[in-house]
Design a protein around this ligand. Structure first.
Ligand SMILES: [Zn+2]
Length: 127
């Protein structure tokens, strides 16, 4: 994986990797979105939407993008996880969810179907 790949590029890469596993109609649609991306159009949101609609591919996409985020945004040294409620946000919009218990799954944004990330991760360092 390229080192300075941003999330948009990661979406394109994962979409390409998943192409062979897609059903024919979805594959055609995703292939055409990838072609538009190559011509400079931003189609990552559409790709996420289309791929997320497939029950089988959604977890693959989520995992790949979650791994990407972890790699590009390592927690700051001395980062303390407060025991109280933690705020989780969608990386693409302002959807917020509060988790009361440690180890609870933050879940995903109902609109973008992206795994929610800790608020500090989105607010901090601009990555
Ligand atoms: Zn969202």
């Amino acid at each position: 994986m390229p080192e300075n790949e941003d999330l948009t590029q990661a979406v394109y890469r994962v979409a390409r990797e998943l192409l062979p596993e897609m059903d024919e109609p979805l594959r055609r649609e995703v292939a055409s979105l990838l072609e538009r991306a190559e011509r400079g159009e931003k189609t990552d949101n559409l790709l996420v939407e289309r791929i997320s609609a497939d029950e089988r591919l959604r977890p693959r996409l989520r995992n790949a993008l979650a791994a990407k985020r972890t790699l590009s945004c390592p927690p700051a040294a001395g980062d303390i996880v407060p025991p109280a409620a933690r705020r989780y946000v969608c990386p693409q919009c302002d959807y917020v969810r509060y988790l009361q218990k440690a180890g609870q799954e933050p879940g995903e944004c109902p609109e973008h179907h992206l795994p929610l990330i800790p608020y500090e991760q989105k607010a901090g360092s601009g990555c």
